[in-house]
Design a binder for this molecule. Structure first.
Ligand SMILES: Cc1cc2nc3c(=O)[nH]c(=O)nc-3n(C[C@H](O)[C@H](O)[C@H](O)COP(=O)(O)OP(=O)(O)OC[C@H]3O[C@@H](n4cnc5c(N)ncnc54)[C@H](O)[C@@H]3O)c2cc1C
Length: 290
C-alpha cells in the first residue's frame, strides 16, 4: 500500500509509525511538508529552553530510518502538488497539517505595531522560516501576554530569560541577538478566567520561581475565593493553586525582571500612542459564573 502523509509534525509521524509497523501489509510512506525541515511544531513551537521535550524527535528519527519511508520537504499541498496528483499515485492520503492560523481577539486596535500574535513571536524565536522577518520591538519595558496556557507561559519566559540563560538554548540566532538587547523588564500574563481554570501545567508555572533574574508576583486578592488545598494535591488545578499561593506569599523580590499573573481580566481595546504603537490595554474585570 502506498500512503501519502501531508505534514511532518507529531501527528504525521505517529501515523507513519502505525502504518509502517504493520505486519499484514507492506506500506510505503511518502511524507510531505511545506517546510524544508520536518517535525512541525516540535521544531517551530516547543520552546527552545525545553530541550527535553524536543527530544521526542528522536522517536520520529527512528520512523524516518525505516526503509519504506521517504520525506519530501519543501512541497506544499495546494501549491506544489494537488490532491488529484496524489490520488493518482497513492492508495491513501493522511492529512496531518496541524493548526497554523492564530486566533484573533477581535478587539479595536488589535494588529497595530507591537501587538503580536503568539504564532509570530514564537515562530520568530524558533527560527520558523515564515517569521524570520517578523518585526519584534523589544525597546519597551512592559509587555502583556494574553492567555493562560503553556504558549503564554513560554512567550513570557522567553521575554524574561537572561542572555546567559538564552545562550544555553537552541533559540534562533537573530532572536538571541534581539533579546540580548531587550529592554523588557515586566511581563503581565492575563487570564480571562480564574486561577482554578488556568490551562498552564504546574512545571511550566513553577519555572518562573526558578529563573535567574525574575520575581513572580501574584497579588493575594487574585486568589481570593479560590479553594486552595492544604497539601499540594494531585490535580493540575491543585498544583497550580499551591504554586500561585507560594508566589503570593513571597516577600518583594530584588530581581531585575518581574512576572505578574493577573486573572479574571479581558482586554477590550488596544490603546495607541501618537505614532500608532501600542501604548496600553483597556481591561475589563470578569466575574466567574458556574
Ligand atoms: C508555542 C507552543 C509550544 C508547545 N509546547 C509544547 C510542549 O512543551 N509539549 C507538548 O507536548 N506540546 C507542545 N506544543 C503542542 C505541540 O507542538 C502540538 O500539539 C503538535 O506539534 C501538533 O502536532 P501536529 O502534527 O498535529 O501539527 P504540527 O506540529 O503543526 O505539524 C503540521 C505540519 O504540517 C505542515 N503543513 C501544513 N500545511 C501544509 C501543506 N499545505 N502542505 C504540506 N505541509 C503542510 C506544517 O509545515 C507542519 O510541519 C506546543 C505548541 C505550541 C504552539
Amino acid at each position: 500500500m502506498r500512503v501519502a502523509i501531508i505534514g511532518s509534525g507529531p501527528a504525521g509521524f505517529y501515523a507513519a509509525e502505525a502504518l509502517l509497523r504493520r505486519t499484514d501489509t507492506v506500506v510505503h510512506v511518502d511524507m510531505f511538508d511545506r517546510l524544508p525541515t520536518p517535525y512541525g511544531l516540535v521544531r517551530g513551537g516547543v520552546a527552545p529552553d525545553h530541550q527535553s521535550i524536543k527530544a521526542v524527535a528522536r522517536v520520529y528519527e527512528k520512523t524516518a530510518a525505516r526503509p519504506t519511508f521517504r520525506f519530501l520537504g519543501n512541497v506544499c499541498l495546494g501549491r506544489d502538488v494537488m490532491v488529484e496528483d496524489l490520488r493518482r499515485h497513492y492508495h491513501q492520503i493522511v492529512y496531518a497539517v496541524g493548526s497554523e492560523a492564530d486566533r484573533r481577539l477581535g478587539i479595536p486596535g488589535e494588529g497595530m505595531s507591537r501587538c503580536t500574535p503568539a504564532t509570530v513571536f514564537i515562530g520568530w524565536y524558533n527560527g520558523h522560516p515564515d517569521y524570520r522577518q517578523a518585526k519584534i520591538d523589544l525597546s519597551v519595558s512592559r509587555v502583556a501576554v494574553v492567555g493562560n496556557g503553556n504558549a503564554a507561559i513560554d512567550a513570557a519566559r522567553m521575554l524574561l530569560r537572561t542572555p546567559a540563560e538564552l545562550e544555553k538554548t537552541d533559540i534562533a540566532a537573530h532572536a538571541l541577538e534581539a533579546l540580548r538587547n531587550s529592554r523588557v523588564r515586566e511581563v503581565y500574563i492575563l487570564g480571562r478566567r480564574g486561577p482554578e481554570q488556568a490551562s498552564f501545567t504546574p512545571p511550566e508555572l513553577k519555572e518562573f520561581g526558578e529563573m535567574e533574574d525574575v520575581d513572580p508576583i501574584v497579588a493575594p486578592e487574585e486568589l481570593a475565593g479560590c479553594a486552595i488545598p492544604e497539601a499540594e494535591g494531585n490535580s493540575q488545578q491543585e498544583k497550580n493553586l499551591k504554586i500561585l499561593q507560594a508566589f503570593a506569599a513571597r516577600q518583594p523580590g530584588t530581581k531585575t525582571k518581574k512576572l505578574h499573573l493577573r486573572f479574571l481580566v479581558s482586554p477590550t481595546e488596544v490603546i495607541a500612542d501618537a505614532d500608532g504603537n501600542v501604548a496600553g490595554l483597556v481591561l475589563e474585570k470578569n466575574r466567574l459564573e458556574v
